[in-house]
Each structure stands twice: as C-alpha cells, then as structure tokens.
Design a protein around this ligand. Structure first.
Ligand SMILES: [Zn+2]
Length: 148
C-alpha cells in the first residue's frame, strides 16, 4: 500500500492518482505541479511558463483550500501529512528549487531524511524539544545508509 498524502489544514488528499498535486507560487505567479510520491525521488512536472531558478524559494499551497504549506518549524520547508496503513506522520521538503532534502516526521521527531542535500542541514529546529543534536546526527546517519 502506498502513502496517502493529505493537506494538514483541510485534509484533502493530495495524491488522488499517481502523483502529488500542489499549487506553487512565486513573485505573484501561480501554477500546479506534480511531484513524485516516492520519498527521495525529486522528479517533478512543472508548467513551462513557471521558470523556477535554482535555489529560488517557492511557496507551496494546498490546491483545495489554498492554505500555505510552509512549515511552522522552518520557513524554508513545506509540510504535508501522510498516512500509510496504521502509520501516519508528516513529510517536510525544501521549498528551495533544486534543493533535495526531505524529512519524515513522526509528531515532531525526525525519523528519516532523504535527498542529496541533507549534509549540514540545520534539522534541530524540527526536533525541539524532543531530540538532542547527537540524536539528530544518528538519524541522519541511519538515513544515509538507507535503514529506516
Ligand atoms: Zn487544504
């Protein structure tokens, strides 16, 4: 069974088909994008006229309630909810175009990290007050080895 992704604000299912559908916004421009539901897969379908540039901060919005999905823990991340069988949690991903980092959270604990840009990331903000730096480092290390 795959993950079901939901808007944390209105509960709308964001992957009614194969891909996750989100609204993106930057500098007054909005578009719909399709993202892979597979964690660590950063392939995306973006309309030709949206033109994001590398490292540009993109806002992600729920396509149903239009709520901004920016994480309350870190303004450079967007956050959505997921359910998978009996498991549920949150997935936070970088809002910077081209920056490949995705955090999987259970409540506010980081349980897994994906993406090539996870080195040196300040994930401590996501873990207050549940973890120490050492614990985060251990989890990053576990993520690197693909043991989740
Ligand atoms: Zn919503």
């Amino acid at each position: 069974m795959g993950k079901i992704y939901e808007c944390p604000h209105c509960g709308a299912i964001l992957n009614p088909g194969e891909k996750i559908i989100l609204t993106v916004a930057k500098a007054g421009k909005k578009a719909m994008v399709l993202l892979s539901p597979v964690l660590g897969d950063y392939s995306s379908e973006i309309p030709e006229n949206f033109h994001p540039v590398i490292s540009e901060l993109i806002d992600f919005l729920c396509p149903v309630c239009h709520h901004d999905l920016t994480s309350s823990n870190d303004a450079t991340f967007a956050e959505i909810r997921f359910r998978e069988g009996p498991h549920s949690g949150k997935v936070a991903f970088s809002k910077k175009y081209g920056r490949q980092i995705t955090l999987v959270l259970n409540q506010n604990n980081i349980v897994d990290v994906f993406g090539k840009d996870k080195e040196g990331i300040d994930v401590v903000n996501f873990s207050k007050p549940f973890q120490t730096d050492a614990e985060v480092q251990t989890r990053l290390h576990i993520g690197e080895n693909g043991l989740s």
